[in-house]
Design a protein around this ligand. Structure first.
Ligand code: ADP
Length: 144
């Protein structure tokens, strides 16, 4: 049914990311779909925060994210043929851009970090659910 599935991965929370990848892998195997894992290095360059980072931090952060994503994929039961992508920018924007660019027909992501119990949907999940051109499967992450 689905051909290309985008899985946005927050590498700050690999427990939740592993849970999301598990669900996405199940759907991919049932559908014969290819998984595209995406992690976004957020940009702070437009804000006052960005001015405190040293020159060249972005290239280093992107390299570190590439390495961390490859390690994460290697440590999980990632389906054959899955591809890893790293983007830089506003998280929800980059998720939606990648979904369009990679011609994905489904996005599988977590609702929010489990410790933020008051949120029904985190800020990035909420925007993607509202504005993406694709169907979005929201995994209710737990801390179990
Ligand atoms: P919270 O603030 O509780 O983490 P979010 O909406 O940011 O809520 O996170 C929900 C989901 O959004 C994550 O599980 C992940 O799928 C996606 N996401 C969050 N941050 C990133 C990131 N830096 N790169 C890719 N996806 C992300």
């Amino acid at each position: 049914m689905y051909k290309r599935i985008l899985v946005p991965i927050d590498l700050q929370d690999t427990v939740v990311a592993a849970q999301v990848l598990g669900d996405a892998a199940y759907i991919a195997r049932a559908s014969g779909a290819v998984l595209h894992l995406l992690t976004v290095v957020p940009t702070y360059s437009m804000s006052i925060v960005g001015s405190f980072f040293p020159d060249g931090y972005e290239a280093k952060a992107l390299d570190a994210a590439r390495t961390a994503l490859a390690e994460f994929m290697g440590a999980q039961d990632t389906p054959d043929g899955a591809k890893g992508h790293v983007a830089h920018g506003t998280i929800y924007d980059e998720i939606m851009k990648a979904a369009d660019k990679l011609d994905c027909d489904l996005i599988v992501m977590a609702s929010h970090r489990p410790e933020l119990k008051d949120y029904l949907l985190g800020p990035n999940a909420a925007r993607v659910v509202r504005h993406a051109n694709q169907s979005v499967f929201v995994v209710r992450a737990t801390n179990a």
